[in-house]
Write a protein that binds this ligand. Structure first.
Ligand SMILES: Nc1nc2c(ncn2[C@@H]2O[C@H](COP(=O)(O)OP(=O)(O)OP(=O)(O)O)[C@@H](O)[C@H]2O)c(=O)[nH]1
Ligand SMILES: [Mg+2]
Ligand SMILES: [Mg+2]
Ligand SMILES: [Zn+2]
Length: 391
């Protein structure tokens, strides 16, 4: 898909970046460094939103560009700088003048080359893992494809002048042969190509199942302290790997409402019996909603809701987990080929999408009891977990 986008850029066609999660809006996007007058004209005519040129926020601030007053207070607000024209422009509004302004900026010129306020809106992009808007997606996309980190974007309005019309964007894509890509897809590719996790500390950890090593990591993806336990030599291929999401009730307090505690122990046992392996402990409690929300969900389950509906009734996704950190932990440990110890196909799919070679997925079960039987049945029926053999 990314090679198709590069081809479109080379032919002077913008791409459409969609956002299925945050705002449902669609923007036309083109690399600033190869901008042409005709492309600007097309983007203004067909997009109809506000034409903005995007650059890295830090770089803009370092060079001395001016932020709009009051801007940047809310992390989700549009990060406008004072709009610009290149210095020698006449009015600054024509397609050729806006094109020149955009190209000048992408050549690295500072504020002295521009006049203010001008006719090209200027946006500062944040680090992608901090904010996943069209602003960030546009510059990361062009960077991934080998262009300088400057992009030009415009929001698509439909024939009535309304935004958030996904079908209209699809029609435009078909009419002009413009590739479509979602912010999510660009983010996945970015994570695959950007190192964001580093080993921070390492020590011995003797356990009931033998001597493991425990390794802590810094990461620039979220604020959490993820860690891993490793056992034996990790040079073999594939290495057994258990990626376990935190379940403090099951893992530490012997809860019988789920299978997490016994599943974790069985994984440690399997790894020590095989003489090698890794447990990655991800701090995404309650399938990513946190312990307090999990308790809220439990109280709805006490009233008869299943584990999926309970999350949804409190307004949260049934499963909010992401395995980007796990895939980079594996990379940091030098492991690419794994035997995934899991019954969860989404875990496997996400890891594969993040570039991990899952040679095979091996089921690993916890204990079934009268308290967790329905919970496991729901996971089988509604999430498609591979649990048929134990129910
Ligand atoms: N929201 C919510 N989370 C739960 C509930 N029961 C368990 N969990 C969480 O579910 C997650 C289970 O994680 P894992 O065992 O790594 O993953 P899995 O989806 O069971 O897949 P496997 O790899 O087959 O074990 C943990 O984060 C638990 O805290 C529940 O009823 N509601
Ligand atoms: Mg937006
Ligand atoms: Mg589990
Ligand atoms: Zn659990």
């Amino acid at each position: 898909m990314f090679s198709e986008i590069k081809e479109a850029f080379e032919q002077g066609k913008p791409v459409i970046i969609t956002d299925q999660k945050r705002e449902f809006e669609a923007d036309l996007v083109f690399p600033s460094e190869i901008m042409k007058k005709e492309i600007i004209n097309f983007m203004i005519a067909e997009g109809k939103g506000v034409l903005c040129t995007v650059a890295d926020e830090k770089e803009l601030l370092n060079k001395g560009f001016f932020k709009m007053p009051g801007n940047g207070l809310d992390k989700h607000s549009t990060n406008f700088f004072v709009p610009i024209d290149y210095k020698l422009s006449d009015t600054g509004v024509t397609a050729i003048e806006r094109c020149n302004t955009i190209k000048f900026l992408s050549e690295g010129h500072g504020p002295s080359m521009f006049s203010y306020p001008g006719h090209v809106a200027l946006l500062g992009s944040k680090p992608f893992q901090e904010r996943q808007g069209h602003t960030e997606a546009s510059v990361e996309l062009v960077k991934l494809l080998g262009y300088k980190k400057f992009a030009t974007i415009i929001e698509i309005l439909n024939k009535d002048g309304d935004s958030h019309d996904f079908d209209f964007a699809v029609d435009m894509s078909n009419k002009y042969g413009l590739p479509m890509v979602s912010i999510d897809e660009i983010y996945k590719e970015y994570i695959k190509n950007t190192k964001l996790v580093y080993k921070a500390a390492e020590a011995k950890l003797p356990t009931e199942f033998g001597e493991f090593k425990i390794i802590g990591f810094y990461n620039n993806i979220d604020e959490k302290e993820h860690f891993a336990l490793t056992y034996g030599d990790l040079h073999d291929k594939p290495i057994p790997v258990r990626i376990h999401s935190e379940c403090v009730t099951g893992d530490a307090f012997s809860s019988l409402k789920c299978d997490c505690g016994s599943q974790l122990k069985n994984a440690m046992k399997y790894i020590s019996e095989n003489g090698k392996g890794i447990i990655i402990y991800l701090r995404q409690e309650g399938r990513g909603i946190g312990i307090t929300n999990k308790i809220k969900a439990y109280s709805l389950q006490d009233k008869g809701l299943d584990t999926v509906d309970a999350n949804e009734v409190i307004g949260l996704p049934a499963d909010n987990r992401d395995y980007a950190v796990a895939s980079q932990i594996l990379e940091e440990l030098g492991v690419t080929d794994i035997e995934l110890l899991s019954n969860n196909k989404d875990k496997e799919n996400q890891l594969v999408n993040y570039g991990i070679n899952v040679v095979n997925r091996k089921n690993i079960f916890g204990n079934v009891n009268e308290h967790n039987h329905n919970y496991l049945k729901t996971k089988f029926e509604r999430f498609g977990h591979d649990l048929k053999n134990i129910l």
